[in-house]
Write a protein that binds this ligand. Sequence first.
Ligand code: AMP
Length: 387
Amino acid sequence: MERESLLEPGSTIGIIGGGQLGRMLAIAARQMDYKTIVLDPDPDCPAGQVADGQIVEAYSSRDAARELARSTDVVTYEFENVDADSVSAAAEMKPVHPSTSVLRTAQHRLHEKTALLKAGIPVAPFVKIESLADLQKAAVDLGYPMVLKTATQGYDGKGQVIITRVEDIEHSFTLLNNRHVELIVEQFVPFKMEISAICARTADGQTATFPPSENIHRNHILDISIVPARLPDAVVENARLLAADIAVQFNVVGLISVEMFVTKENELLVNELAPRPHNSGHYTMNACDTSQFEQLVRVLAGLPIAEPRLLSPSVMVNLLGEVWEDTDGDPDWARALEMPGVSLHLYGKSEARVGRKMGHINVVADSVEDALYIATEARDRAWRRSR
Ligand code: AMP
């Protein structure tokens, strides 16, 4: 395979999307003296605050995407609900990683699951739903419970409903069909754990996978990531291999984040792909010798990637808008930082809303149990909920 041309320090990375992932990518880029320019409609977006420049335009603007490509040496995106056509417009001018075709697949649950199945990657049984009759038939084939999802525009549990009995079918179909988007229904997986693994792949085919994290969600939003995941070594290794297999088969250049279910029998089923850094990989910023953001900078710059090592057990807890709401906008960071091994990461968002990701706390400790205790206690202290 051809080696991607090397971008020297001082070159510029274009980032479509100005959220926290773009912000942490821009900080990692700056560390190695790469410049960044962000495309985001919000002039005060988290990434724009730390980038070298920002184009304040809608993600759907092809002209803005072209302008971004013109002013940079390589382009990436930091969330997958960006307009794929504007990403394509950028790709006509400069390399875009991961490719638009990876993005399009990851944007559409049905295409994603179909591609995974074709690649021999285990997924929960699923069916494409175009009519009420399709859903009624799927119930017979898949059994209950099933999860009906919109094929596009779903994230953090939005756009999905669990169907537990025949009486739910019509109502659930009407509820999601109203949005005029394609639907998919999946067998409900009675998983014992959710995990994710992030694999980096370079243009010349080198891969490296971060240690998988055990993920605990609250209200469908990631709450806590625990590393190493509390699973047998062989299962963890399988998760790494699956993520790397997907990176190779989908020809990813950049990062691919793979969310998986672990069944009671320790079988892995892939639920979702994200071709970008992932919330569950934030622990790498403090617990690995290379963070997911540095790794992406290396890929984008055409540099060799690291084989990331976990230096210590680690736990990440998300800081959602609730922490600000409940403390009248004044979380007690000083008390949180009294705890050992705590790192505070805040995203510079001025408006706190319930469920909005405002920051996270990373903890490194001698054991996962210690890290878990310290991380939740530190958050409670900031939240003024501990005594
Ligand atoms: P998703 O939007 O597909 O990432 O799903 C959000 C969350 O819903 C997942 O993290 C799971 O907790 C749950 N979920 C989604 N699909 C399934 C499924 N087929 N079986 C069981 N739980 C699911």
